[in-house]
Write a protein that binds this ligand. Structure first.
Ligand code: NAD
Length: 256
């Protein structure tokens, strides 16, 4: 079977970089996201650079969409080898000002979306009777509670827990489950977060980003490619003896 990787939220930011990198690693790529136009741009880029990609519209908060995305991928490419639960949202606000609706939205995408992805991928690997790899998006804020990131921290701690349980329960099917935990990575999400953080703390544009980056050992913001390099390892045979782990890629902000 050709190596086939499905990436949720693969149409922009970190997910797009993961899609390009896994294509360079020899995977056929299935990009799953909500925006048809953005999906098309990512798919076209890969197909114009010696890759083989297809895109499917899905909302990861709907289990039927996630299951259909797996079915579409299998129909198009003949199977599935790696499932990257990358889609995510964030909300920067002090704890006391987050509304129930905002909290639920973050948990719905980041936790329930990841849960649906794990189930859909694992059921496909079991049906195929092949080993498989599930790779989840965590965060540096899922390692330690982070001020103004209550919704994100809560959701990404949950992803870390799900990653560990899934690794233990799915090992008997030769499925490994790991997570990558980005720090401050320059993507559309990070730009929105920095804007909200500056506004929350009443400082000028860019001040909070500068402060956060200055706290890192490597003193720079991350690039999507920095994260994609870790995912490339987790998607490869080089990680076959690794499961249940959450790897931080943040230039040295978080230590545990
Ligand atoms: N950028 C960072 O600094 C950072 C830090 C920590 C963790 N992360 C995590 O990394 C992952 C990627 O982040 P990013 O910075 O590339 O974000 P981004 O906002 O740039 O991209 C997120 C992608 O997820 C998709 N998505 C969101 N909700 C969806 C839904 N309901 N159904 C389908 N797709 C949906 C978006 O359309 C988009 O393609 C996320 O899980 C995020 O929480 C990012």
């Amino acid at each position: 079977m050709t190596k086939i990787a499905l990436i949720t939220g693969g149409s922009q930011g970190i997910g797009k970089s993961i899609a390009k990198t896994l294509s360079e690693d020899g995977f056929a790529i299935s990009i799953v996201a909500r925006d048809k136009e953005k999906i098309k741009r990512s798919v076209d880029y890969i197909n114009n650079h010696n890759g083989d990609a297809a895109g499917f519209v899905a909302d990861v908060t709907k289990p039927e969409d996630v299951n259909r995305a797996v079915e579409n991928t299998v129909e198009r490419f003949g199977g599935l080898s790696v499932f990257v639960n990358n889609a995510g949202v964030s909300y920067i606000k002090p704890l006391l000002r987050i509304s129930p609706k905002e909290m639920k939205k973050v948990l719905d995408v980041n936790v329930m979306g990841t849960f649906y992805g794990i189930q859909a991928a694992a059921n496909q690997f079991i049906a195929q009777n092949t080993p498989g790899k599930i790779i989840n998006a965590g965060s540096f804020c899922g390692q330690t509670g982070t001020v103004n990131l209550a919704a994100d921290s809560t959701s990404k701690f949950a992803v870390r827990g799900l990653t560990q349980v899934a690794a233990k329960e799915l090992a008997k099917y030769h499925i490994t489950v790991n997570a990558y935990c980005p720090g401050i990575i320059m993507t559309p999400m990070a730009e929105k977060d920095d804007f909200m953080m500056d506004r929350t703390n009443h400082v000028n544009k860019g001040v909070e980003l500068h402060r956060a980056v200055d706290q890192s050992a490597l003193k720079r913001a991350g690039k999507p490619q920095d994260v994609a390099n870790l995912v490339s390892f987790l998607a490869s045979h080089k990680s076959d003896y690794v499961t249940g782990q959450s790897y931080v890629v943040d230039g040295g902000i978080t230590y545990h």
